[in-house]
Design a binder for this molecule. Structure first.
Ligand code: NAG
Ligand code: NAG
Ligand code: NAG
Ligand code: NAG
Length: 261
C-alpha cells in the first residue's frame, strides 16, 4: 500500500506541471492581421455619408453627421456592405464579417479590463479605453480563453464557454459567470451577441436587466468598469443604499483618498 504513495505524488506533480503548462497568455494581433476585420462606420466621420454599416448586419442612416435610425439588413440579404456614399445589404459578407463564427473583430469596449469574445473562443479583448476599440489577443491554435485565469487554456483540459443566444433578443449569462453577460440582438434572422461585464462586486440580474452592486461597507468605492465614477454606499434604516456617482470631467476616483483626483 505504502509503495504507491511516491507514485501518487509523482502523478500529482506531473498533473500540476501539465496543468500549468497548458495555460498560456495570448498574443496581441497586430494592425495588419486586424485590417481584415470589420470596423463599424461612423456618421460623424466628416465624409457626408448617407448611411454606414453599424454592424455586419445592420445599417445606420445618417443625417447631418448623426445616426438617426438603425435598420437591420433583411434575412435574404443579411450582410451590410459599406459603400463610399451609402451602404447596401447583400448576401456576401463585407471584409471581417465571415458567415462563420471565426472572424476576428475588435469590440467597442463597454468596460475596462479583459473581456471574452462573444463568438470566438480563440481570442479575447483587452480594453484600455471606454467606447474605443479593444486590443485583440489571440490564443494559440487548440487553446481557448478562460475567464478565471484570463489566459488561454488547452482544449484538452476543458472546453470554452459559448454564448447561447435564444431565438429572440435578450440577455444571457456568460457560462457560469454572473458578472459577465451578453446581449443577444436578433434581427431579420441574424443573431449578434455583444459582451458586457458588471463592475467588480456586482452581478447581473436577469430580472432587472442591470448590474446589482453589493456594498462592502459604508464609503465610496471605485467603479472598476469606469474609474471616472464610484459607488456611494451608506446605511439607511439598517440596509445599504447604493448610488452611482460621477467624478468631475477629467478625474478618476481614488479609493484611498476617497475623492476624485
Ligand atoms: C503581423 O501579423 C502577421 C500574421 O501573424 C505577420 O505575418 C506579420 O509579419 C505581422 N507584422 C508585424 C509588423 O508584426
Ligand atoms: C477556467 O479555469 C478555472 C481555474 O483553473 C477552472 O476552475 C474553470 O473550470 C475553467 N473554466 C472553464 C469554463 O473551463
Ligand atoms: C424603516 O423601517 C421601518 C420598519 O421596517 C419602517 O416602518 C420605516 O418606514 C422605515 N423607514 C424608512 C425611512 O424607510
Ligand atoms: C491615490 O492617491 C494616492 C495618494 O495621492 C496615490 O499614491 C495613489 O497612486 C492614487 N491611486 C490611484 C489609483 O490613482
Amino acid at each position: 500500500m505504502h509503495r504507491r504513495l511516491p507514485f501518487l505524488i509523482f502523478l500529482y506533480n506531473l498533473l500540476s506541471i501539465t496543468q500549468a503548462q497548458l495555460d498560456v497568455p495570448g498574443v496581441r494581433l497586430n494592425r495588419s492581421s486586424l485590417l481584415r476585420t470589420f470596423t463599424p462606420g461612423s456618421c460623424s466621420d466628416g465624409t457626408g455619408r448617407t448611411s454606414v454599416c453599424s454592424s455586419c448586419s445592420s445599417q445606420s442612416l445618417c443625417f447631418g453627421g448623426n445616426a438617426i435610425a438603425e435598420v437591420p439588413c433583411p434575412g435574404s440579404n443579411p450582410y451590410c456592405n459599406p459603400g463610399s456614399v451609402e451602404t447596401s445589404c447583400s448576401s456576401s459578407p463585407a471584409a471581417g464579417c465571415g458567415s462563420t463564427g471565426s472572424q476576428v473583430n475588435a469590440i467597442v469596449c463597454p468596460a475596462l479590463g479583459v473581456l471574452p469574445d462573444p463568438s470566438n473562443c480563440n481570442v479575447y479583448h483587452v480594453c484600455r479605453n471606454l467606447q474605443q476599440n479593444s486590443d485583440v489577443y489571440q490564443c494559440p491554435p487548440g487553446y481557448h480563453f478562460n475567464l478565471t485565469t484570463k489566459w488561454c487554456r488547452s482544449d484538452q483540459v476543458d472546453q470554452c464557454v459559448r454564448i447561447t443566444c435564444g431565438t429572440t433578443s435578450g440577455f444571457v449569462y456568460y457560462g457560469n459567470s454572473r458578472q459577465y453577460f451578453a446581449l443577444c440582438v436578433v434581427a431579420n434572422g441574424v443573431t449578434t451577441p455583444y459582451i458586457f461585464k458588471c463592475p467588480d462586486r456586482s452581478t447581473f440580474s436577469v430580472n432587472t436587466n442591470s448590474c446589482v452592486y453589493q456594498c462592502a461597507g459604508q464609503g465610496n468605492f471605485v467603479n472598476s468598469n469606469d474609474p471616472s465614477s464610484f459607488y456611494q454606499c451608506y446605511l439607511a434604516n439598517g440596509s445599504y443604499v447604493v448610488t452611482l456617482q460621477r467624478c468631475p470631467t477629467g478625474t478618476v476616483f481614488n479609493e484611498s483618498l476617497q475623492y476624485c483626483s
